[in-house]
Design a binder for this molecule. Structure first.
Ligand code: ZN
Length: 55
């Protein structure tokens, strides 16, 4: 079960159902929750690494 307390990096969004796939392989239904930049929540380590690697 996904840990909703972590911030995940969205890597692909489905056009047909609005869900997103994250860098760590999760599927989330609310992409806006993924892109919560202004928060004190902790980044998912896998997604954070993928984000840094992609820049
Ligand atoms: Zn993640």
């Amino acid at each position: 079960m996904p840990d909703d307390n972590l911030i995940h990096l969205e890597v692909k969004r489905s056009w047909w159902d609005g869900s997103s796939k994250t860098a760590c392989g999760l599927h989330v239904k609310r992409p806006e929750a993924v892109w919560t930049w202004f928060t004190s929540r902790t980044w998912c380590p896998t997604c954070k690494a993928a984000d840094q690697a992609g820049k």
